[in-house]
Design a protein around this ligand. Structure first.
Ligand code: SIN
Length: 281
């Protein structure tokens, strides 16, 4: 068990997720940030409650982690192009991020992590679930690990943010933008070595991965389905209940997340700021 001297870290499940208290994100000391980074590496997603940050303070906190990566498909907070809006109005049915995924895997250098700042949340519902791709990988049989270590996944933005979504003309119109820029496909190893922790993790996901390189989508599907159901076993997951002023920062290289869409008729508004990542091997 790691011990911390400048922050209080409360793990929220067996494998993933911790809440950190005793900290004001407007004023973080060097030592506190060092410890926050250690907790982030260990738990994959960290939360803070009762924060009250202006948009500029959200950007300042995000920049502690690295350069901001502007999401080209989400609409932005007016005057703050670095802040993407993740929103759902009472009259809308679809939410953003409602299926298991990790952010920006359609890019050659997928995002390192994402900050989410809760501005308006329903009294009940609208939680976010997380799953750890370390434990998902570590608990596979040796034979399957051996097969996966030589495979690459094909990832795309086209089927999620592209023309076919725009043509559906559903109630994400205005929230999801730039369908013409959804032309990024790329490949990543199915098993990556995390660039900071050195641990191995699964790096395919149900939203952006189309199949394995050299395999058809159809043939890839049965193995991917097995991996997805394994990676979302309850013991690998955790669920966070938001309050206004809650802040999350998750590691896109070692976790998946899913925004639970169970609050129709209520508004939910989050600000998201995503951080640049590196090519994964
Ligand atoms: C996302 O997928 O980035 C949004 C998650 C959430 O709204 O809970």
């Amino acid at each position: 068990m790691i011990s911390f001297s400048t922050i209080n870290v409360k793990p929220l499940s067996g494998y993933v997720e911790a809440e950190i208290d005793g900290i004001n994100l407007k004023k973080i000391s060097k030592k506190q940030f060092e410890e926050i980074k250690i907790a982030f590496g260990e738990y994959g997603v960290i939360f803070f409650r009762n924060q009250s940050l202006s948009p500029q303070e959200e950007i300042t906190f995000a920049e502690y982690w690295g350069n901001i990566n502007i999401n080209r498909f989400f609409s932005n907070l007016e005057g703050y192009p670095k802040i993407a809006l993740v929103s759902k109005e009472p009259n809308q049915k679809k939410n953003i991020g409602g299926a298991w995924h990790t952010d920006h895997t359609y890019d050659l250098e997928p995002a390192m992590g994402s900050n989410l700042f809760a501005h308006q949340v329903p009294k009940n519902g609208g939680d976010t679930m997380f799953s750890t791709m370390y434990a998902a990988y570590e608990t596979l049989s040796d034979g399957l690990k051996d097969t996966l270590k030589n495979l690459y996944g094909r990832h795309s933005s086209r089927h999620v943010f592209g023309k076919s979504r725009a043509e559906r003309n559903d109630d994400t119109v205005g929230r999801i933008i730039n369908s013409d820029l959804a032309n990024h496909d790329t490949i990543h190893p199915v098993i990556i070595t995390h660039p900071d922790t050195g641990r191995k993790a699964f790096f395919v996901n149900p939203t952006f991965t189309l199949g394995f390189q050299g395999w058809s989508d159809e043939v890839s599907k049965s193995l991917l389905q097995y991996l997805y159901s394994h990676a979302t076993k309850p013991e690998f997951t955790c669920r966070f209940k938001w309050e206004e002023g809650s802040v999350a920062f998750w590691d896109n290289r070692s976790t998946w997340h899913l925004a639970v869409n169970d609050y129709h008729g209520k508004k939910r508004l989050m600000h998201r700021i995503t951080i640049d990542g590196t090519r994964l091997t």
